[in-house]
Design a protein around this ligand. Structure first.
Ligand SMILES: C[S@@+](CC[C@H](N)C(=O)[O-])C[C@H]1O[C@@H](n2cnc3c(N)ncnc32)[C@H](O)[C@@H]1O
Length: 275
């Protein structure tokens, strides 16, 4: 386990992931009924942008820093900027579990899971102030299987692997089948990197075959998908995408790409565009 998210915290990929995660969570919170959120690969929870690792890559400068400088009119972008403002002013960036924890209502429940022995200690510290939040230290796929279906029967599972394992895509394809069997109505948000040698078409094909409702993909490309080196972009594959989210994400694309560059495309997989 060599991956350290602090090198990448607040980059374009984090901005897309956290923006969409916040939109989905807040959409589902329109109903009074409690929600379950499982952040299966939670990371540290909060990142110090002045830390040596963040300063070595400066990835946040082309991500959250550009968005914070931009003047935007889109309501979802404005909302995300307002959310990120306090931490950013203090040179920090909130990761997915802290973002979710800050949004929880008393009737909601969050489990943040992180396997790395050092990172889980920071995660516990960063989530100490929030209730009701539980931190677990399991393999993420084990954590998902142990928690679905949740008793609330409504909720989100965020799956954000580091993709250190060569067969992570194949592993995801196998695990997705299990999620569909155990809890086909859950909202799953899966993040993946776009690099030249990755089997992304296989992922689309496997996801479409599951025939889960409203399976939708949004991808942020800084370069063409086939460029040989580095991270060309990233995607989010969402099962049971809440209504309005695709349209609202499409509406913020011009201002987001205007601020951060690159291109964003989105599409449904299979024929599952309605609930
Ligand atoms: C991309 S980072 C998570 C970032 C976080 N979701 C966010 O958006 O703020 C991936 C995290 O997964 C952890 N990790 C790696 N393998 C894992 C496993 N098998 N189970 C759980 N966590 C794992 C890594 O230590 C790392 O902190």
């Amino acid at each position: 386990m060599n991956y350290r998210h602090i090198f990448h915290a607040g980059n374009f990929a984090d901005v897309l992931k956290h923006l969409v995660f916040r939109m989905v969570l807040s959409y589902l919170q329109q109903k009074e009924k409690g929600l379950f959120v499982l952040d299966a690969f939670a990371g540290l929870g909060c990142y110090d942008l002045t830390a040596d690792q963040a300063q070595r890559t400066l990835e946040y400068q082309d991500g959250i820093a550009r968005l914070m400088e931009a003047v935007v009119n889109n309501p979802d972008l404005k909302d995300f900027k307002a959310f990120a403002q306090e931490s950013f002013t203090q040179h920090r960036y909130d990761g997915s579990p802290v973002l979710a924890a800050k949004m929880l209502r008393p009737q909601d429940r969050l489990i943040a899971n992180e396997l790395h022995p050092e990172d889980v200690v920071s995660l516990r510290r960063n989530l100490r102030a929030f209730d009701p939040v539980a931190v677990t230290q399991l393999d993420a796929y084990e954590a998902i299987r142990a928690n679905i279906p949740p008793k609330e029967r409504r909720g989100i599972v965020l799956i954000d692997p580091p993709f250190e394992k060569k067969d992570e895509f194949q592993l995801l394809v196998r695990e997705m089948q299990e999620w569909q069997k155990r809890w086909a109505t859950g909202c799953y948000i899966l993040w993946y990197p776009i690099k030249s040698n990755q089997p992304i078409d296989d992922l689309y094909e496997a996801a479409a075959k599951l025939q889960v409702n409203r399976t939708w993909v949004v991808e942020y490309l800084l370069r063409e998908r086939g460029v040989e080196q580095g991270l060309n972009g990233c995607g989010l594959l969402i099962f049971n995408t809440p209504f309005q989210i695709p349209e609202r994400v499409d509406a913020l694309v011009p201002e987001l790409t205007g601020a951060l560059g690159g291109k964003i495309r989105s599409f449904y997989l299979g024929s599952s565009t309605s609930a």
